[in-house]
Design a protein around this ligand. Structure first.
Ligand code: S3P
Length: 450
């Protein structure tokens, strides 16, 4: 799985109104965690609505390599027979996590407190990303990690023989780092404490509690203090994975910028640690409403209705909202190009270390399509051109980044001239039905062999 197949160049043409109902796939974050926690129970965990993107499939293969019995029963319907907390077997071969930063970082956390050795790799994007943010805290438990320079993959992790619990303050707003520490804490005796200055997505805390671990969360002057009691017996669960707000972002944003559109995106989780994009769009005066608001599995859920919004105005996106929409800045930068005035992103240095350097990838791609962008190390400003003002006609380099590829396909739906991406193949990591789903709403995306 490391290295994608042949590149798939894609081209998106200006289209007529997008209309209809868009059922987006299951949540990527919750899908990874369902696999991992299912593997750490003894007994059968059932998952429905699992995202069957390449990232999650890589995590499923990894759990098999560590000794779990993982079986696909039907579309999105999976069964895992786990090995229990601390029951990790040593894999016989290198674990290839493909494009998945969440996958590799969370798995490293999970196995770091078991007495085994595992070697991890991934595709060119994943091999360029920093792993020190996880190997630093897992070394406090007693694990050791040996990778390439700058903490990059391939990397071998030697799990702790006699793990000790840890108290750790995350140095950056990262749910992956927080989660890796909590998952490592599962097999350490006593209490592991993670402190995060800014709230990041809280699926790990919620799901650990759901699987029967003792987890306490306090909001203090230091931030969110999460305490986990180690060595619990996790209980198998039946999990219905909610649909992914980060995937919903694409049909929602496309509908806002394509004239005459009216799209319903049902059953989207609006956990406040994930819903920052929708709040921002509403502040920009997008016609985006929440219908049928309800609670499911303790999480707020709604059907999102997005309609063409020619009146959108640029805003300064508050820095303290960044963590709750960190994956959505690429597609928001596309919407910002069709708003009036400038949209400012601040405090977004984490965008530099995602599947690609997303500030650079969006700035260069927008410029290639006639949009003016200013950028600095941790900020970016998009100069909006109004509802019919974006020229298009350029090619964007997707850089093995699914969200960059999808964002430029959305740009092409409303720009005056078609927009190309050099390679749309990474879209399959998180949203394998993207092309069909968007075509069903009225988009005109083609695979083009230039
Ligand atoms: C994720 C956390 C975020 C996000 C990623 C999924 C998770 O990464 O960008 O797509 O599931 O925990 P960081 O923790 O690095 O911000």
């Amino acid at each position: 799985m490391s290295g994608h197949g042949d590149p798939i160049p894609m081209i998106s043409h200006k289209c007529g109104p997008l209309t209809g109902v868009a059922h987006v796939p299951g949540d990527k974050s919750i899908s990874h965690r369902s696999m991992l926690l299912g593997a750490m129970t003894v007994g059968e965990t059932r998952i429905t609505g699992l995202l069957e993107g390449e990232d999650v499939l890589a995590t499923a293969s990894a759990m098999r390599a560590f000794g779990a019995d993982v079986e696909r029963l039907g579309d999105g319907d999976w069964r895992i027979y786990g090995f229990g907390v601390g029951g990790f077997a040593e894999p016989e071969d290198v674990i290839d996590c493909g494009n998945a930063g969440t996958g590799v970082r969370l798995i490293m956390g999970c196995m770091a407190t078991s007495p085994i050795t595992a070697t991890f790799t991934g595709d060119a994007s994943l091999r360029s990303r920093p792993m020190g943010r996880v190997t630093d805290p897992i070394s406090l438990f007693g694990a050791a990690a040996y990778g390439r320079s700058k903490g990059r993959l391939p990397m071998t992790v030697v799990g702790a023989r006699n793990p000790v619990p840890v108290r750790y303050t995350t140095p950056m707003a990262s749910a992956q780092v927080k989660s890796a520490v909590l998952l490592a804490g599962l097999n350490a005796p006593g209490e592991t404490v993670v402190i995060e200055a800014e709230a990041t997505r809280d699926h790990t805390e919620r799901m650990l509690a759901g699987f029967g671990a003792e987890v306490d969360v306090q909001v203090t002057g230091e931030g969110r203090v999460i305490t986990l009691v180690g060595q619990p017996e996790l209980k198998p669960q039946t999990i219905a994975v909610p649909r992914d707000p980060s995937s919903a972002a694409f049909p929602v944003c496309a509908a806002l910028i394509v004239e005459g559109s009216d799209v319903l995106v049902p059953n989207i989780g609006l956990n406040p640690t994930r819903a920052g994009l929708f709040e921002t769009l509403r502040e920009m005066r997008a016609d985006l409403t929440y219908e049928n608001e309800r609670e499911e599995g303790g999480e707020p859920v709604a059907d999102l209705r997005a309609r063409f919004s020619p009146e959108m105005k640029g805003i300064r996106v508050p820095e303290d909202r960044a963590a709750s929409m960190i994956d959505e800045y690429p597609v928001l930068s596309v919407v910002a190009a069709f708003a009036e005035g400038k949209t400012e992103f601040v405090g977004v240095h984490e965008l530099r270390v995602k599947e690609s350097d997303r500030i650079d990838a969006m700035a260069r791609g927008l410029e290639a399509n006639g949009v003016c962008v200013d950028e600095g190390e941790d900020w970016m400003t998009v100069h909006g051109m109004g509802p019919d003002g974006v020229p298009g006609g350029g090619t964007a380099d997707a850089r093995l980044d699914h969200r960059i590829a999808m964002s430029f396909m959305v740009l092409g739906m409303a720009a005056r001239m078609p927009v190309r991406v050099d390679d749309g193949s990474p879209i399959a990591t998180s949203f394998p039905i993207f092309e069909n789903l968007m075509a069903g709403l009225g988009a005109r995306i083609e695979r083009s062999n230039r």
